[in-house]
Ligand binder design. Structure first.
Ligand code: ATP
Ligand code: MG
Length: 312
């Protein structure tokens, strides 16, 4: 399957999951178990499509890097066990590590807390030609920090700046930050891996029962699960306020990992394809240099042959 062929397929496929305008957005309109017209019997076919997609992605990334104009920022947000790590691992498995970086945003350090809330993210924005992945992001500032008000208190903001408008202001700041980045050639795509509460329970139990998965489980994950509804309200509000044409959210069904991965891969491929990436063209002068270099190398070969002939 050619890259062109894949891209043609990808466009319509993504439409139901993309949110470019948050007005009227409701999370309950999005089914975490959605697999469109594919069912679990199609899993092998989906895996095959993913493999083709990963190849296409590698090709596009190579051009992105060579062209060195655009940067791409992929933001991943989700509840625990929704599959962020696995999705990142699979979708990015074919790309050249030299042009790619992953940043995981955990609880902020003392130094982070001594700065404005976008500070640590601003330091990690990918360079031109690179793909940057945020495994969690500045959006935690409207999620965990909103659900757990005590985390917000730790941010030491001057009290007179904290009013009832604080979350609206944060959304506004995030939108401005994203617009600023977009205008500087950083293309932003945001993924909310939408897992159901039941599926999370299943995956937590797996982590507890399977010795190789034990390390992934933290007692705190259960505490956060108790705040499920608060998180869903916060996620919905976040998407309502921050989905935009230039930095859309994808609400990715996450109860079936194989489906999650093809949606994310498709979105990344479509994003890169829309940039019309081209290998830089070489100037006339440089072409002459290349021809001269080639002659020198060929000349080296034949003079070695001559030397050998003389010696024998
Ligand atoms: P993950 O949970 O992403 O798979 P992990 O389990 O390796 O990764 P954790 O130690 O659980 O890492 O760190 C992630 C935690 O950090 C999440 O619970 C998240 O809510 C929290 N976090 C991220 N950003 C912030 C922030 N700005 N303020 C407070 N907490 C944050
Ligand atoms: Mg965790």
């Amino acid at each position: 399957m050619s890259t062109k062929h894949i891209i043609k397929h990808v466009r319509g496929f993504l439409k139901p999951f993309r949110v470019t305008d948050g007005k009227g957005f409701r999370l309950k309109d999005f089914d975490p178990g959605e697999t469109l017209d594919l069912d679990s019997e199609d899993k092998p076919r989906a895996k095959e499509a993913l493999a083709f997609g990963i190849e296409a992605l590698a090709e596009l990334q190579d051009k992105l890097y060579a062209q060195d104009r655009w940067a791409v920022l992929l933001v991943f947000q989700a509840m625990d066990a929704a599959g962020k790590d696995g999705t990142i691992k699979h979708v990015m498995s074919g790309v050249n590590p030299q042009g790619c970086q992953v940043d995981s945003f955990k609880a902020p350090s003392a130094e982070d807390l001594d700065h404005d809330f976008l500070w640590r993210s601003a330091k990690s924005i990918p360079k031109r030609g690179h793909i940057g992945i945020f495994n969690r992001s500045y959006y935690e500032e409207t999620l965990v920090v909103r659900v757990h008000r005590e985390l917000f208190e730790r941010q030491k903001l001057p009290p007179e700046l904290v009013t009832k408008h604080i979350w609206k202001e944060r959304f506004q700041d995030i939108r401005n930050f994203e617009r600023y980045l977009t205008r500087n050639g950083v293309v932003i795509r945001k993924f909310f891996l939408n897992v159901s509460k039941e599926e999370q329970k299943k995956r937590f139990l797996e982590r507890l029962e399977n010795a190789e998965k034990n390390w992934k489980f933290s007692a705190n994950d259960i505490n956060e699960r108790a705040f499920w509804d608060d998180y869903m309200t916060a996620y919905e509000d976040m998407i309502r306020h921050t989905a935009s044409r230039e930095a859309p959210w994808y609400v990715v069904p996450a109860d079936n990992k194989w489906f999650t991965r093809i949606v994310v891969a498709a979105a990344v491929i479509e994003t890169l394809d829309a940039l019309n990436l081209r290998y830089p063209t070489v100037s006339e002068e440089k072409l002459k240099d290349l021809a001269a270099a080639k002659q020198m190398l060929i000349g080296e070969e034949s003079s070695r042959h001559q030397d050998r002939a003389h010696a024998s």
